[in-house]
Structures are given as C-alpha cells and as structure tokens.
Design a protein around this ligand. Structure first.
Ligand SMILES: Cc1cc2nc3c(=O)[nH]c(=O)nc-3n(C[C@H](O)[C@H](O)[C@H](O)COP(=O)(O)OP(=O)(O)OC[C@H]3O[C@@H](n4cnc5c(N)ncnc54)[C@H](O)[C@@H]3O)c2cc1C
Length: 310
C-alpha cells in the first residue's frame, strides 16, 4: 500500500549515513512496512543500498567458524545457500521458509533481518536463527557493534532488543550448529495458515539438547539440557513457560498442548541414534503440509486441526 506520510526514502552507501531522524525507520524488503498503515512514519532508510554480501563464511569474535547472513539477505538468497556435506541441519532453512504465511514471491524481497527485527511470533527466520544458536550482530549508534543471541533478541510481539537508532547488521550462524541434528514440528489452524506453534530441537555435537518454541509463544522460548532429557524433565521445563500467545491463529491452551506434544516427539526422535549416511539428513515426521517432507510423500495435503495433529 502507499505510505502517504513518507516524505523521503534515503539510500545510504556508507555506515555513517545510517542516522535516523525522528519519524525515520530502517527499510529492509518492505514487505511488512508497505503492508499496513505506519502512523508517524515520515522517512525510510533503505538498508539494501549498502550492498552487504548476503551470505559469507567467516570467523566470529569468539573464534568460532560462522556463516554470516546479512540482515538484508533475502529469504530466497538464504534458501540458495549451498550446504557442506556434513550440514545435516541445512533442510531446516527450507522448513522454516515454508513456515511463513508469505509465499515464494515474498521470499524474493523479504529480508532475513527484517523478519527477525519485526519480531512477529510467527517470524520463522527467528525460529531458524534461534534454533541454530545464531548471534545477532547489532550496529550501535556510537559507531560500534554488539552481539546478542537471536533467542533473546525478539523480546515480545513486534518488540526487539534494539535501542533507538540501532540496526541489525547480520546474523552469525555457528557452522557447528549446521552440523547438528535437528528436528522440526509445526501446526496451524488451517493447512496454509499462520503458524500456531513451531517447535524445533537441536542435538549439539557435544550432546547438548536445545528445544526452541516460537509462534506459540509471544517471544522465542529456548530450553537447554546438557543431554537429551527424560520425559518428566522436559515436561517440567515446558510447564514453567509463561508466555503462550493468544490471537486468532490459536488459543494459548492449544498452543501449549501442541508445543508440549511436539517437544516430546522431538526428544524421542533425537534421542534415537542417527540413521542415514553423513550429509543425508534423516527424514523427519512433520505436521506441516507445505514442508519438503510432506511434498515428498506425494499425498494430498492433510488438514491439521486444533484437536490434534496426524
Ligand atoms: C502475504 C504475507 C504473508 C506474511 N507472512 C508472514 C509470516 O508468516 N510470518 C512473519 O513473521 N511475517 C510475515 N509477513 C511479514 C513480512 O513479509 C516478513 O516478516 C518479512 O520477513 C519482513 O522482512 P522485510 O525485509 O520485508 O521487512 P520490512 O518490511 O522492510 O521491515 C520490517 C520491520 O523491521 C525493521 N527492519 C528491517 N530491517 C531491519 C534491520 N536490518 N535492522 C533494524 N530494523 C530493521 C523495519 O524498520 C520494520 O519495522 C508476511 C507478509 C505478507 C505480505
């Protein structure tokens, strides 16, 4: 839609031009900004004009090998990221992209950073990055930078940890996370609907078991265990979650019930020894009719209902 209050769109080419006047906001792909009224918005600063390399390999500040995903990398560009042979977590990129209500047409414009910075509960790039233990690299207003886990970057519904004037520069994904086994579950009230809950699990190379809940909660919830937990320990941890989301896409009780069920399924799934050759990810059960696994089964889409998944 036309944003009739916007008077100027600036296209910076250098960092020192990213200074926001009152009423100005960063522009990623604009797929959300131009989708609804933006009261008080008078100007946009187009981050895509900075020409950041979409994806590059590097070494993070803590010495770890990382894949650095620029905030302006589009979802479509991220999907084209070639996988190393041992990146068994790579299919999660496809699963999370397909978890967005947004179609492939939006993927060509929507940015990964825009999805994370927007902070919708159903922000599946947040799900992806939090699952992979990615770090948000933030450009601060004094010309410096700071880092924070993506799992804590989104703090509530359309809320994030950015201070005024700060910009999300990149998302740094540890390569070891891409080598980890992961599991994925998602459900929505209708086959192509917005995510009701999206639960992932990741088994780290050191045996750490990490469950991440998004969409079902107002902010990402991450539960970490030194090893695959028992049923009781996982259920107890989930019972302490206090931010189940309520909107037309699902009641909090249903979101909690499905998240608990999915987390336990993933606990069992990742607790089993891996099967398949290295680099050939294990096909996962999924409740998402749009997932690659579901498409591969070549069966008609299955409607998932609040009463229970297949
Ligand atoms: C049909 C349709 C379906 C959609 N489905 C979903 C869905 O299921 N889940 C979902 O989460 N979203 C959905 N969206 C919303 C949106 O398309 C996505 O969230 C998208 O990823 C946003 O990225 P963008 O680059 O277009 O962000 P923009 O629209 O450019 O920006 C979004 C917000 O983030 C800020 N921002 C952008 N980049 C940065 C940065 N680098 N640093 C700081 N702030 C920044 C902007 O100022 C703005 O406030 C949907 C949109 C449409 C049109």
């Amino acid at each position: 839609m036309d944003l009739t209050t916007v008077r100027e769109i600036r296209t910076p080419s250098r960092r020192d031009e990213i200074v926001f006047a009152p009423g100005e906001r960063p522009l990623g792909g604009g797929t959300w900004l131009f989708s609804e009224r933006q009261p008080g918005l008078t100007g946009l600063v187009d981050l895509t004009s900075l020409g950041w390399t979409p994806v590059e390999r590097g070494i993070a500040a803590d010495g770890r090998d990382v894949v650095s995903v620029a905030a302006t990398c589009t979802i479509a560009e991220l999907l084209r990221l070639p996988a190393d042979a041992d990146w068994v977590a790579h299919p999660l990129i496809d699963r999370c992209a397909n978890s967005l209500l947004a179609s492939f047409k939006i993927w060509n414009v929507a940015t990964v950073g825009g999805n994370v910075a927007l902070g919708l509960p159903a922000g599946a790039m947040t799900s992806l990055m939090a699952t992979l233990d990615a770090t948000a690299l933030v450009w601060t207003t004094d010309g410096g930078e700071r880092r924070q886990p993506v799992s804590t970057f989104v703090t509530g519904v359309v809320q994030n940890a950015l201070e005024p004037g700060e910009v999300l520069r990149a998302l740094e994904v540890p390569v070891d996370s891409l080598r980890s086994r992961t599991g994925f579950r998602r459900i929505s009230l209708s086959p192509l609907g917005r995510s009701g809950t999206l639960v992932t699990a990741r088994l780290g190379l050191d045996g750490e078991f990490v469950v991440t809940v998004t969409a079902g909660t107002t902010r990402p919830v991450q539960l970490r265990f030194d090893e695959v937990p028992g049923e009781r320990a996982l259920a107890d941890a989930l019972a302490r979650v206090d931010c189940w989301y309520s909107d037309p896409h699902g009641d909090p009780d249903w979101r909690r019930a499905m998240s608990v069920r999915f987390a336990d399924e993933l606990r069992v799934e990742l607790g089993r020894p891996a099967t398949g050759a290295p680099g050939r990810p294990v096909r996962e059960t999924t409740h998402d009719p749009r997932s690659a696994a579901a498409r591969a089964r070549r069966t008609p889409p299955t409607t998932t209902t609040p009463g229970g998944a297949r």
